[in-house]
Design a binder for this molecule. Structure first.
Ligand SMILES: NC(=O)c1ccc[n+]([C@@H]2O[C@H](COP(=O)([O-])OP(=O)(O)OC[C@H]3O[C@@H](n4cnc5c(N)ncnc54)[C@H](O)[C@@H]3O)[C@@H](O)[C@H]2O)c1
Length: 351
């Protein structure tokens, strides 16, 4: 449990009064669609600021966030319950998210879907239910982009594996934090996904995005790489350890799956967004049972807070695995909720 300060409790009371001036607390709640979340959503730079502050709060233990619990009706899917309390952002709530990798090709539905409940901290009552897919699509690349800038700011060549929802947003975000980028390489198992992503994102960013001919090309050319493909109990290890060089920074969003596990075990620094979250996956068998989780050097928030050094030499091989932590969802959700109430966006429903 985190003990809030007097100032934070005062902020909860002020927020309660504000919420009560906009909806009948305990009797009503606000429903926000994905489009309405986008309409009220912070800009990329604002999201980077919110996520940075939240990661720093996480790095300083100013939060409460039990590791995800989940259900798994099929081998390759999960539903996750992700509660969080971030007192510094006056934010509390829970995300209920599903990840079904076969959805896009088999059902024409997104791989990732879900909703998020936001609560009044002073009374606990639910205040809003909102789509969480846009929030997830924004906070995830924000964490990668912040990690990349903290661990290899001089990166000129960035590589992205996966050209889906997350992959495309990574292209948009990375140019905000890696200021020396010359080129971005993009790879997906489906060539058409790469073509579509480049057609959609290239007009919005100045750095050239090129299709990689295979994963090896990215591993050999890029100082910093990220992946958002699929999360499987049995890793695919697509990027072979022998393609990896000292000094590279690898920032997977799909944890154990895409990069050779050998690389993850041998990294000079293995950093994770949350030790508890990663340990939970290790306990579920996502890492070899005889080896367990690679030895964790630090949490990403500690690097961003400056309480642990990030890169200390040009040759260090660093893996920074961010599996996704709900403190960021709830903090970004709070910002959307406040804007929606201010502008009268959304549908008020009886509770
Ligand atoms: N770490 C986090 O915070 C976080 C947050 C959201 C999603 N994710 C994960 O990111 C991944 C992508 O999510 P999304 O919403 O972008 O899904 P998506 O379905 O929109 O995109 C995934 C892309 O990866 C590609 N892909 C799948 N297998 C591949 C392979 N072997 N090689 C190359 N490309 C491959 C697919 O063709 C697709 O284009 C999922 O595993 C999801 O669980 C992580």
């Amino acid at each position: 449990m985190y003990n809030a300060s007097k100032e934070q409790y005062d902020a909860f009371d002020r927020q309660h009064d504000y919420l009560g001036s906009k909806i009948k607390l305990g009797k009503e709640l606000l429903w926000l669609t994905k489009e309405q979340c986008i309409e009220c959503g912070p800009s990329i730079d604002e999201i980077l600021d919110i996520v940075k502050d939240t990661m720093i709060a996480h790095g300083k233990n100013e939060y409460e966030m039990p590791a995800k619990i989940g259900i798994h009706p099929y081998e390759d899917v999960f539903f996750h319950a992700m509660p969080a309390y971030v007192p510094g952002q006056t934010a509390a709530g829970i995300k209920w998210i599903e990840c079904f990798p076969r959805n896009p090709r088999q059902y024409g539905l997104p791989q990732t879907t879900g909703v998020q409940v936001m609560n009044d901290i002073a009374t606990g009552v639910p205040v809003a239910i909102m789509d969480c897919t846009w929030i997830t699509a924004m906070r995830t690349p924000a964490v990668t982009a912040l990690s990349a800038a903290a661990l290899k700011p001089e990166t000129e060549y960035f590589g992205m594996f996966g050209a889906g929802v997350q992959g495309k947003e990574h292209l948009r975000y990375i140019v905000h934090t890696l200021k020396k980028l010359k080129k971005i390489y993009l790879y997906d198992i489906y060539e058409d996904a790469v073509k579509k992503a480049i057609a959609e994102v290239q007009p919005e960013i100045d750095v050239e995005i090129v299709p990689a001919k295979d994963p090896k090309e990215i591993a050999e050319k890029c100082e910093t790489m990220s992946s958002a493909t699929i999360i499987l109990r049995d890793p695919l290890c697509v990027v072979k350890d022998e393609w990896i060089s000292p000094g590279q920074t690898i920032i997977p969003c799909d944890m154990n799956t895409f990069f050779d596990l050998k690389t993850q075990y041998k990294a000079d620094k293995y950093i994770v967004d949350s030790i508890e979250e990663h340990q939970l996956f290790a306990d579920m068998g996502y890492f070899p049972q005889d080896k367990g989780l690679p030895k964790v050097y630090a949490q990403t928030g500690e690097i961003l807070a400056g309480t642990k050094p990030g890169r200390e030499s040009a040759d260090e091989l660093i893996v920074c695995s961010n599996i996704g932590i709900s403190v960021n969802d709830i903090a970004v959700g709070e910002s959307i909720l406040m804007k929606a109430l201010e502008n009268g966006v959304g549908t008020i429903l009886p509770l």
